[in-house]
Design a protein around this ligand. Structure first.
Ligand SMILES: [Zn+2]
Ligand SMILES: [Zn+2]
Length: 218
């Protein structure tokens, strides 16, 4: 009997931890998909809940050349655990990415999964009083906002210079064709680049009206 009761206290269903319950059908969850209402957890250390849901990110998550596009699904698989100082969130956020190869600008897609471990401090807890808000998240109005944690984690996880393949040869410097699909040995008949540099120099001198340019007649 006691054990059953404990189990009930220990586990609050996913359904309970949702902002829909308290904000009607046009809920805040649509605008703030990463905000979770943690009231069902109470302030009872040992209570936990799991959140498994797919939300739509209102903004792109990622870095300049690759990310989870705005309007895309993000799967959240989280465990929320009430501890003495706050609520500990652990789990993953996962989504499909779209981006461009940094060498050949070919579109690339994939998935990204980030692992989260975040403590949100209770109001008036020792943690809240002894830490800066920038260092430890806060529980505000019985809600936790995972957005910044997810933004940071996804940006850290994704490469700043994504590649379509490890050995992507990039683009031809002259005509811009993707060398991966160009004919073997793709090349152009050009002045030797070492002389091209020199030629540029001569034409600059000529424009400057430098007397040395007379030498180029020889
Ligand atoms: Zn490429
Ligand atoms: Zn070319």
């Amino acid at each position: 009997m006691i054990r059953d009761r404990e189990r009930m206290v220990q586990f609050v269903s996913d359904h309970a931890v949702t902002s829909e319950a308290s904000h009607g059908p046009d809920s805040a969850s649509r605008r703030d998909p990463f905000v979770l209402d943690v009231r069902p957890l109470g302030r009872r250390p040992g209570t936990m809940s799991e959140v498994h849901r797919t939300v739509t990110t209102p903004d792109k998550l990622g870095v300049e050349m690759i990310g989870i596009p705005a309007g895309s699904d993000v799967d959240l698989d989280l465990r929320l655990e009430s501890v003495s100082e706050g609520i500990l969130v652990t789990g993953t956020a996962c989504g499909e990415t779209a981006g461009q190869c940094s060498r050949c600008i070919e579109p690339i897609d994939g998935t990204v999964t980030v692992f989260l471990t975040e403590l949100f401090a209770y109001p008036d807890s020792v943690t809240e009083q002894t830490t800066e808000e920038d260092d430890v998240h806060r529980i505000v109005d019985d809600r936790i906002d995972l957005e910044q944690s997810i933004i940071d984690a996804v940006a850290l996880e994704l490469p700043m210079s994504p590649l379509c393949s490890e050995d992507c040869p990039g683009l031809c410097q002259v005509c811009g064709i993707r060398l991966a699909v160009a004919e073997p040995g793709h090349a152009h008949e050009l002045i030797d680049p070492r002389w091209a540099g020199l030629e540029n120099k001569f034409s600059e001198l000529a424009e400057d009206g430098n007397p040395d340019d007379q030498e180029s007649r020889d």
